[in-house]
Ligand binder design. Structure first.
Ligand code: NDP
Length: 455
């Protein structure tokens, strides 16, 4: 059978665009469809705009800290509207780049929602296209907790576009998005209450880092209400009231729900195409990104494995190599570094102490907790935590973690060492770059604790 295309990708986010362009580079005839703007969550509703707001809000501290270095800065204030407008201009620019990259790669762009309507057949805006392979790269979207008044809350999509900075904000959730926005709103000057149902933010991360970060967030004035679940949101005079299950309430101008994301699988025709979803509602794929339906593949957040942009991109490129370069390629999901752009940020690669103790037998844990040199003059009470988790028998560094300024930048380089399974002795042989914070990672002499294998 003759097909219109070799690959048709549904969803022009980072993963879909990367897979499509790489497939085209391997000589495939490729089309992509998108029902919002080309660019996807990371570029338009996630990583990029979020980080621009983190930068924007963080200047408040820079300005305060400058005093300790002799500066007098008067009348500094944030014009939130201008920040949002500047951010939007940058997103327009990036959207344009994405479109041009696709065009330059000879990938046909179809505007509209794609739906699989028959084997090898996708319908977009009333037109049918056929393709040898179909790639579902539709990402995910925020989910809200179903409580009365949930519609009064905003989610991360809207939080990025608020025309004015709310004076008082309540954030429900303790994950990546919740702590990042708590930091943005707080640094920009809002009163922030964060409601988490566990005892600490960032479940799943290294416990000591979670505790340390939470302490720093509280020092910055974020009120964290732990062990609490939301019950309802009501309109009250002058704003909104978030009431918790135990009857406590907080009156605010804005309630944000950052309670997780869910794969975009609705309305794609997946069921009739024979694509199986797993229990969490994500598309089930094998290590080569193949779904249960022949000729249909999936990558990125819609498969809900490691929901990070660079992972989706790597999965997409691996798929392009498998399908169009004659090289069956598995995506390696091991030791993927990540960062939470909280203030201060947290970054991590490999295993946290708790997971390593279970998976690696006896481990040695090295930590450094210190006031960064920069704050010797600013007087700011902020401490950096660095941590290495080492498998005792092999001396391989199985995890590196940091909470503190520049943690994401430092972790990117450390991730190479952890991915390469270097040993603690390799770290020890590395000469420090002085004076930096990062040098602590090669100066940790004695373990802070030795953790026995679980009995
Ligand atoms: P997460 O799954 O990380 O966090 C969801 C939070 O909501 C958790 O604290 C969870 O609590 C809480 N929650 C869930 N349901 C309820 C409920 N019914 N009542 C109260 N609290 C609830 O999701 P995010 O939305 O923060 O992020 C989604 C994904 O996006 C992340 O996993 C990450 O992969 C990606 N991401 C990455 C970023 C980065 O790399 N910097 C930034 C932002 C997102 P509990 O822990 O108790 O379950």
């Amino acid at each position: 059978m003759e097909f219109d295309y070799d690959l048709f990708t549904i969803g022009a986010g980072s993963g879909g665009v990367a897979a499509s362009r790489r497939a085209a580079a391997h000589g495939a005839r490729v089309a992509i469809c998108e029902d919002r703007r080309v660019g996807g969550t990371c570029v338009l509703r996630g990583c990029v705009p979020k980080k621009l707001l983190v930068y924007g809000a963080h200047f408040a501290e820079e300005i305060e800290d400058a005093r300790g270095y002799g500066w007098t800065i008067e009348g500094a204030r944030l014009d939130w509207g201008r920040l949002i407008a500047a951010k939007d201009r940058e997103l327009d620019r990036l959207h344009g780049i994405y479109v041009r990259l696709l065009e330059g790669s000879k990938v046909a762009i179809h505007e509209g929602r794609g739906r699989i309507v028959a084997p090898h057949t996708i319908e977009v805006a009333g037109r049918r296209h056929t393709a040898r392979h179909i790639l579902v790269a539709t990402g995910g979207r925020p989910v809200r907790v179903a409580i009365p008044g949930a519609e009064l809350a905003i989610d991360s999509d809207q939080a990025l576009d608020l025309p004015a900075l709310p004076r008082r904000v309540a954030i429900i959730g303790g994950g990546y998005i919740a702590v990042e926005f708590a930091g943005i709103f707080r640094a920009a000057g809002a009163e922030v209450t964060q409601v988490i149902r566990g005892d600490k933010v960032l479940r799943g991360f290294d416990g000591e880092c979670r505790t340390h970060l939470q302490g720093e967030l509280v020092k910055k004035g974020i009120r964290i209400v732990s062990g609490a679940e939301p019950a309802r949101i009501d309109r009250v005079d002058g704003g909104l009231r978030l009431t918790l299950m135990d009857g406590q309430f907080v009156d605010v101008d804005q309630v944000m729900m950052a309670t997780g994301r869910k794969p975009n699988t609705d309305g794609l025709g997946l069921e009739s195409a024979g694509v199986t979803l797993n229990k969490a509602g994500a598309i089930a794929v094998d290590p080569f990104q193949a779904t249960t339906a022949p000729g249909i593949h999936a990558i990125g957040d819609v498969t809900d494995r490691i929901n990070l942009t660079p992972v989706a991109i790597a999965e997409g490129r691996a798929l392009a190599a498998t399908l169009f370069d004659g090289k069956p390629t598995r995506m390696d999901h091991g030791s993927v570094a990540s960062a939470v752009f909280s203030q201060p940020p947290l970054a991590t690669v490999g295993l946290g102490e708790e997971d390593a103790a279970v998976q690696c037998g006896p481990i040695d844990v090295y930590t450094a907790l210190f006031r960064p040199m920069r704050h010797t003059l600013t007087g700011r009470d902020e401490k950096t935590l660095m941590k290495l988790v080492v498998e005792r028998g092999s001396q391989i560094v199985v995890g590196a973690h940091m909470v503190g300024a520049d943690a994401p930048e430092i972790m990117q380089a450390l991730a190479i060492a952890v991915k390469a399974r270097l040993t603690k002795q390799d770290f020890d042989r590395t000469v420090a770059v002085h004076p930096t914070a990062a040098e602590e990672f090669v100066l940790m002499r004695e373990p802070t604790r030795r953790v026995p294998a679980p009995s």
